[in-house]
Design a protein around this ligand. Sequence first.
Ligand code: ATP
Length: 226
Amino acid sequence: MIEVAGLLYEYPGLRALDDVGFRIERGTITALVGPNGAGKTTLLRCLAGMERPLAGSIRVNGIDVVDEPRASHRHVGYLSDFFGLYGELTVHQCLSYVAAANGLDARAQAHAVGETAAELGLTDRLAQRAGELSRGLRQRVAIAQAIIHSPAVVLLDEPASGLDPEARFALGELFVALRRRGLTLLVSSHILAELEAYSTHMLILQGGRLVEHRALAGTAAMPAQA
Ligand code: ATP
């Protein structure tokens, strides 16, 4: 579902990703773990087709992300670590806008907004302005925006940051529900313990290099390179 090989990414004077390669299977939840500056955000942005690597290949759901970033957007939902919402729009308007931007027609938009709001527990918030919501609710709206076009792969950068324990638990439940629907998730965090309860696999980045990639819950280890 996600195949990465030989990925190199450089900021001026700094190699942020150094020969990163791995393969992620459909219907899994992979925890992307590493300290500050490890390269997690850079990797997710490359996978989401928002940064162009210096070298290497990325295939998501069969699409070559480096050659066809726009085509890949249809298959990928991405939640940035610092996301913004249009505070003056209602939750309904936020979701409809993103659905339309993803090319859904009016009928499909209405359906997607209803379904996604229900899945995220936002049905009774649809008429409320995004700017009036708590941090946890804004996070849910941002995740709803990321999955409104039913992507096959969801990339979430630190989705649990700033959430209280109850909201974190609810987030984990949501990820498990998305996985049951066949989605493939890659979720970053500094802390593996936050993700361990529901992740099937773990990727560890350190200093731009992949140092470990293995299955969790007692399954056999996988080699770091695909
Ligand atoms: P964090 O956990 O702090 O979010 P991260 O693992 O997501 O970190 P990245 O944000 O991908 O790491 O950063 C990887 C490296 O690239 C770091 O050394 C960072 O300082 C550097 N970096 C990130 N963005 C830029 C940029 N726009 N220009 C220059 N260097 C950058």
